[in-house]
Write a protein that binds this ligand. Structure first.
Ligand code: FEO
Length: 388
């Protein structure tokens, strides 16, 4: 499918995939975007597809007699997994990859070293009427990632950056709200921990004239300012007047506390996004953490500690390093335990300020509700003081 003269989409739509990295829910499927670029002298393939979809990629290749280069912007197997098969078919093709990526392709896919040419940052390779320029953009998921820019076409191939896990029949983004949500989910799940690095990449990309962004998942963007603007917002220091409450309740006491906190916060003008961890989609929780100012973790005491589902969620939040400014812990216990210390230990990466915890023995009574109201009051005041 043609994007511009000599630039074609050759990817695979995975309508049915529901889990990525054995971890990340994909409610809307995904795509693995590969692009064929034909210059007057040479032909390059930019990224491949997940190995499970190699036949879809090869279906595009009937008329492709020769491939000079395969650009690997990212070594993760959803983009590089079909590379061995492509190299087997096109014996003359050379792989172009960043130095870090070269090592990863050898380690993960056993690609022969002599098939891989390292490309430096800002290095260019002419195809005839089209020039590939490589921009090292580490940590738009893994440390080896890069983008490939074609100056003549003002088109950039950004691998995971600006991508979205969404399967659509069209080539281009045309349902902005849906794509924005999918892109935010994707950013939240794999890029949020590298926020400050991505901020610098966005500044760098601001120096390039870009008409079309071709990410390696989801639709192609023909309004680059829109998707770049969303990412600028997500990596900024801006915080939302929102409290995220991940919680589990076994016999109802913790849920009553969460209900009270939800009501007390919303009556004070603070938004609440609450996630019952027994039914929630972890991607939704990650998205809420992109800009929330505060998180209150709520758990019952189980076997002398926090509920394992709560620990799993806080472990994830710690790994994602959201820009949270305030934290608190609350819950109900029967006879004692070390829930607070456990939760705090799993959140060690976060630099947020802890507000007082609310721990209640048994089911909450009126005096406990007053303590919860007081926590809500403190959160609302802190948000106001911080201009949130
Ligand atoms: Fe889509 Fe990080 O791979």
């Amino acid at each position: 499918r043609k994007i511009k003269e000599g630039i074609f989409f050759a990817g695979a739509i995975d309508w049915d995939r529901r889990l990525f990295d054995a971890l990340i829910p994909l409610p809307d499927g995904t795509s693995y975007n590969s692009f064929l670029v034909t210059g007057s002298e040479k032909t390059a393939l930019i990224d491949t597809v997940d190995p499970s979809m190699a036949s879809k990629l090869f279906a595009y290749f009937e008329d492709v007699k020769r491939l000079d280069y395969v650009v690997v912007n990212h070594a993760e197997q959803d983009h590089s997994g079909a590379l061995p098969a492509v190299l087997e078919r096109y014996k003359e093709a050379k792989v172009l990859a960043s130095p870090k990526c070269k090592g990863m392709l050898v380690d993960h896919l056993h690609i022969p070293v002599d098939r891989i040419c390292e490309v430096g940052d800002n290095e260019t390779i002419p195809l005839g009427g089209k020039t590939l320029e490589f921009l090292h953009l580490p940590w738009v998921h893994w440390p080896e990632t890069m983008a490939t820019y074609i100056r003549e076409d003002k088109t950039i191939f950004t691998c995971d950056l600006f991508g979205s896990h969404i399967a659509v029949s069209g080539l281009y983004e045309n349902d902005h709200a849906r794509v924005c949500e999918a892109a935010k989910r994707y950013y939240a799940e794999v890029m949020m921990p590298f926020r400050s690095t991505i901020k610098k990449h966005l500044e760098r990309l601001g120096n390039y004239e870009i008409e079309v962004i071709c990410p390696s998942h989801g639709p192609v963007h023909t309004d680059p300012s829109r998707i770049m603007g969303f990412h600028r917002d997500w990596v900024s220091e801006k915080l939302a007047n929102t409290v995220v409450i991940p919680y589990v309740s076994m016999h109802g006491s913790t849920e009553i506390m969460v209900d009270r906190l939800t009501e007390a916060l919303s009556s004070r003008g603070v938004n609440v996004e609450r996630f019952n961890l027994t039914v929630t989609d972890a991607g939704k929780l990650a998205m809420a953490l992109v800009d929330a100012a505060t998180m209150v973790v709520a758990s019952p005491m189980v076997l002398m500690g926090a509920h394992p589902k709560v620990i799993s969620a806080t472990f994830m939040a710690n790994a994602l390093k959201p820009k949270l400014k305030y934290l608190s812990i609350m819950g109900s216990y029967g006879w004692g335990g070390r829930m607070e210390e456990q939760v705090k230990a799993t959140l060690a990466n976060l630099k947020a300020e802890y507000l007082p915890s609310v721990m209640i023995k048994g089911a909450p009574v009126e005096k406990d509700f007053e303590v919860i109201d007081s926590l809500a009051e403190q959160i609302a005041e802190k948000h106001k003081e911080s201009g949130i």
